[in-house]
Design a protein. Structure first.
Length: 166
């Protein structure tokens, strides 16, 4: 029986040999060559079929105002997968006014980005607080440095004054 060492599979890209990555599909655990996708071909086809199901459903005039829950119920496609389609830019929410997905931090429903305005504000205020703290520490260090320079300068002046008197 002949065994093939699958760890040394090479694919040529413009004359340059490149080692292909082998991975287990996160959905079905099947071994596949990880090139352009993060899932195997079979799972990628299934995802594409689910996308087509969702897209066909929400493109109908009567379904354009459907909410995320209504789309999930009608198409039997998971909320997470529909959210992935939105984040990948495959579904444009401008065309579907009631379609939302959860904020990654607090699960509040949003229509764009990864986090809601409130969470974005909290993160920005935390960053600003950190910047203010660093600025304060910098000013404090400058004052201490200036204080020591002042003392050493005064010592030098006193010495210079003594040297002049002699």
């Amino acid at each position: 029986m002949n065994y093939v060492d699958i760890t040394n599979i090479y694919f040529g890209f413009k004359g340059v040999g490149k080692m292909a990555d082998l991975a287990n599909c996160p959905n079905c655990d099947k071994l596949f060559v990880k090139a352009l996708r993060s899932v195997c071909d079979q799972c990628a086809r299934e995802v594409e079929e689910k996308y087509q199901t969702v897209y066909t459903f929400i493109r109908k005039r009567e379904n354009r105002k459907a909410t995320m829950d209504e789309v999930v119920e009608a198409t039997e496609v998971s909320r997470e997968l529909i959210t992935q389609f939105v984040k990948e830019g495959r579904l444009h929410l401008a065309q579907f006014p009631n379609l939302t997905y959860p904020c990654e931090k607090c699960d509040r429903e949003i229509r764009e980005g990864r986090i809601c305005e409130k969470c974005r504000g909290e993160i920005q205020s935390g960053l600003h607080a950190g910047e203010r703290q660093q600025a304060f520490e910098g000013r404090k260090k400058e004052r201490e440095t200036a204080r020591y320079k002042t003392y050493s300068t005064m010592d030098e002046r006193v010495r210079e004054g003594r040297n002049r008197r002699r």
